[in-house]
Design a protein around this ligand. Structure first.
Ligand SMILES: NC(=O)c1ccc[n+]([C@@H]2O[C@H](COP(=O)([O-])OP(=O)(O)OC[C@H]3O[C@@H](n4cnc5c(N)ncnc54)[C@H](O)[C@@H]3O)[C@@H](O)[C@H]2O)c1
Length: 345
C-alpha cells in the first residue's frame, strides 16, 4: 500500500519538455509544438478557485475557471494573475461564463454546486447538486469530449454515478475510465492527519487509505494502516484507533461546524491537485478514487472510492488489495448505500 498524501511529481517550468511530454495528446496539439495542459475548473467558489490557484502555482496547467456567476470566475482569475509577479509562475488562469472558452480541455474538474451547511448532510445536497451536475456535463462534454473528468460536487459518489449515467448515454459517450471522482484522497488525507495527531508521527511516515463512499459510510482501512512500517494497533489502543477513525469520518463536519458558512476547501483542493498531478505525471502510486466497478471487490455497476492507479487515460487500474473481512463487508455496504441513494434520484 502506498502513502497517497505524498506529492507526486515535481514542479516544472512552463514549456519544460518534461511537462510537455506527459501532456495528454489532444486534437489541439500540433507536431513540434509543446504546450501546457489545459484544465477547466467548473465552479469558481472556494474549492474551485483554490484548485485553480494551486494548479498554476505548481505550474501544472493553464486553467480556465467557469462559473454561472461569470464575474466571480473572472474576478478570481484576475486576482490570481495579479500574483504572478510575486509568485513567478508561468501558466495563465482565466475566468469565463461560456463553455466555448473551455474547449479542448485535457482535464475538466467539476466543483460546481452548493456546499454543505452546518447540520446539513451530504445526502441533502443530492437534489440541488444533481441538477447542477446535469447542466454542467451538457456544456462541458460538448466543449471537451476528449477530456478526463474529475467530479468533486457532493454527495460525491452519487454525483459520479449520475455523471456516468449521463455521459455513457450521451452522443459523445465517455469511457468509464475517463470519469472519476475525488473523495477518497481527501478522506485519506484526513485519516493520515488523525493518525499523525494521535501518534506524533510525521504524515510522511504514515501509510493509510480510506475507501467507500465519501460520507458517513466511508471505510478507513485501520487494519492496513502503518506508521513507520508498524501496524497501527501496535501503537494505539483499540479505543484510540476508534477515535482516529471517528475523527476521519467527521473531519469534514468538524470544519463545517467551525466555519459556520461553507465547508472545507484547502484540503479538498489539495486532494484534487493530487489526482490531477497523477493524471498528468503518473508515478503509479495508489490513490483512493471514485471509479466504476465491474466485479472488483465483489461490487458491480456502481462507482465508489477504491484504490486505483491513475494515468493519462484516467483510471488505468483498480487495485484489489486484500482487505480484512469486516472492512470488505463495510465497503460492499457502502456501495449498496450509494446504489440506493442513486435510486432516489
Ligand atoms: N468531494 C469532496 O471531497 C468535496 C470536498 C469539498 C467540497 N465538495 C463539494 O464541492 C462543491 C463546491 O464547494 P465550494 O465550497 O467550492 O462551494 P462554493 O459555494 O464556494 O462554490 C460553488 C460554486 O459553484 C458555482 N455554480 C453553481 N452552479 C453552477 C453551474 N450550474 N455552473 C457553474 N458554476 C456553478 C457557484 O456560483 C459557486 O461559485 C460542493 O458541492 C461541496 O459539497 C466536495
Amino acid at each position: 500500500m502506498t502513502d497517497n498524501t505524498a506529492v507526486a511529481g515535481s514542479n516544472t517550468a512552463p514549456g519544460d519538455a518534461s511537462t510537455a511530454s506527459t501532456t495528454p495528446a489532444t486534437a489541439a496539439d500540433t507536431p513540434g509544438e509543446r504546450r501546457l495542459p489545459k484544465i477547466t475548473v467548473v465552479g469558481a467558489g472556494n474549492v474551485g478557485a483554490t484548485t485553480g490557484l494551486l494548479l498554476v502555482l505548481r505550474e501544472l496547467a493553464d486553467v480556465v475557471l467557469i462559473d454561472i456567476a461569470e464575474g466571480v470566475a473572472r474576478g478570481k482569475a484576475l486576482d490570481i494573475m495579479q500574483m504572478r509577479s510575486n509568485e513567478r509562475f508561468g501558466p495563465r488562469i482565466s475566468g469565463t461564463g461560456s463553455y466555448a472558452d473551455t474547449a479542448n480541455s485535457d482535464i475538466v474538474v467539476v466543483t460546481a454546486g452548493i456546499p454543505r451547511r452546518p447540520g446539513m448532510t451530504r445526502e441533502e445536497l443530492l437534489e440541488i447538486n444533481s441538477g447542477i451536475v446535469r447542466s454542467v456535463l451538457n456544456g462541458a462534454l460538448e466543449a471537451s469530449p476528449n477530456a478526463l473528468y474529475v467530479f468533486v460536487t457532493n454527495p460525491l459518489d452519487v454525483m459520479c454515478n449520475l455523471a456516468w449515467e449521463i455521459a455513457s448515454s450521451s452522443p459523445a459517450a465517455l469511457p468509464p475510465a475517463r470519469l472519476m471522482g475525488m473523495g477518497g484522497v481527501l478522506d485519506t488525507a484526513r485519516f493520515i492527519h488523525a493518525i499523525a495527531e494521535a501518534t506524533g508521527a510525521e504524515p510522511a511516515e504514515i501509510e493509510a487509505l480510506v475507501v467507500g463512499a465519501h460520507g458517513e459510510a466511508m471505510v478507513p482501512l485501520a487494519q492496513r494502516a502503518r506508521v513507520g512500517g508498524r501496524p497501527l494497533n501496535e501503537l494505539l489502543s483499540a479505543e484510540q484507533i476508534k477515535s482516529v477513525v471517528d475523527a476521519t469520518v467527521n473531519g469534514g463536519a468538524a470544519v463545517v461546524e467551525l466555519l459556520q458558512t461553507g465547508s472545507a476547501f484547502y484540503a479538498p483542493a489539495s486532494s484534487i491537485v493530487q489526482m490531477v498531478t497523477e493524471l498528468l505525471q503518473p508515478t503509479g502510486k495508489i490513490l483512493s478514487v471514485c471509479a466504476r466497478l465491474n466485479g472488483e471487490y465483489g461490487i458491480s455497476d456502481v462507482s465508489i472510492c477504491v484504490p486505483v492507479r491513475l494515468g493519462k487515460n484516467g483510471v488505468e487500474e483498480v487495485v484489489e488489495l486484500e482487505l480484512a473481512p469486516a472492512e470488505l463487508s463495510q465497503l460492499r455496504a457502502s456501495a449498496e448505500a450509494t446504489k440506493q441513494q442513486l435510486g432516489r434520484l
